[in-house]
Design a protein around this ligand. Structure first.
Ligand code: ZN
Length: 289
């Protein structure tokens, strides 16, 4: 039974350590009712309370608790002396308040200093259950018990776990900046790709005028040359002239095709003209005869 209870209490304290940042040594505020109950069962709080948490604890009380026990008279002498020996948590209550009011004042609405409270006051425990993250201890039939987490504590623990899973404000900014950066990168990549698709501007160095390919046509003219040479209309001399011209043109590989045509036409026309002249002169001679 004890082992089972210890496991349960360990599980309960895990909620406080994980969600509410409770750390050893756990601070335990003890009131007069609890000190009295512990005294009646001859329990040493320095030993019994650390067993509940399975951890180191720091027992504390307040001046208000001590004053109340002293005013209760002889029957509360032992608990009053125990309270006097304990560390006092400053509460600044002058004149002293009731322990219930005193503890509520210390814990506030959030229990931001992370106190555990040990009390037999049912009404006080009921009030403190509404403060999220407040472990409560009480004695039941000579057994010290750590209360299960209250609904307020459970709800707040769930909210805190949810907040942990969300990115923090500075993380949100980082995420947004990263997204913005990625968008810019993708846009610049897109622009670069579009630019790449366009035909590249021609390299001025590679923009020299293409030389006309005259060799095939030149060869064709040269092949045609023997026909002209064999023709009756062209003299042997002029055929030689034509051949010379074509040879020189052939050497000049860079010559334009129009130059070849002109050269051939020149040779052809001069030879035809000269032949006509010769015929005319022959006719004249025949007529004079
Ligand atoms: Zn006080």
């Amino acid at each position: 039974m004890r082992v089972k209870r210890q496991k349960q209490q360990k599980k309960i304290m895990a909620v406080y350590t994980n969600s509410f940042q409770f750390r050893e040594p756990f601070q335990v505020l003890v009131d007069g009712t609890f000190l009295n109950a512990a005294n009646l069962m001859n329990s040493n709080l320095e030993e019994s309370i650390p067993r509940i948490f399975a951890a180191q604890v720091k027992l504390m009380t307040t001046n208000c608790v001590h004053v109340e026990l002293k005013t209760l008279g002889y029957h509360y002498k032992v608990p009053a002396s125990i309270a006097a020996s304990m560390e006092k948590r400053k509460c600044n209550h002058y004149p002293p308040k009731s322990p219930a009011e005193c503890f509520q004042g210390i814990l506030g609405e959030e229990n931001k200093f992370r106190y555990c409270v040990a009390t037999q006051d049912k009404n006080l425990r009921s009030i403190l259950r509404k403060i999220p993250g407040t472990p409560l201890i009480y004695i039941n039939k000579s057994v010290m018990i750590l209360e299960p987490t209250s609904p307020a504590t459970t709800k707040r623990a769930e909210e805190l776990e949810l907040e942990k899973s969300k990115p923090l404000s500075h993380e949100k900014i980082l995420v947004l900046k990263k997204a913005e950066l990625q968008q810019k990168e993708s846009e610049s990549n897109l622009a670069f790709n579009n630019k790449k698709k366009k035909p590249a501007a021609p390299n001025p160095l590679s923009c020299k005028k293409k030389k006309p390919k005259i060799v095939p046509k030149l060869v064709a003219k040269l092949e045609a040359a023997p026909l002209i040479k064999e023709s009756d209309t062209v003299s042997k001399v002029k055929s030689q002239d034509l051949e010379k011209t074509l040879t020189s043109l052939k050497r000049k590989k860079d010559v334009n095709l129009s130059e070849i045509d002109e050269s051939i036409n020149d040779v052809m026309s001069t030879s035809i003209k000269k032949k006509r002249k010769r015929r005319k002169s022959n006719k004249k001679l025949q007529s004079t005869d």
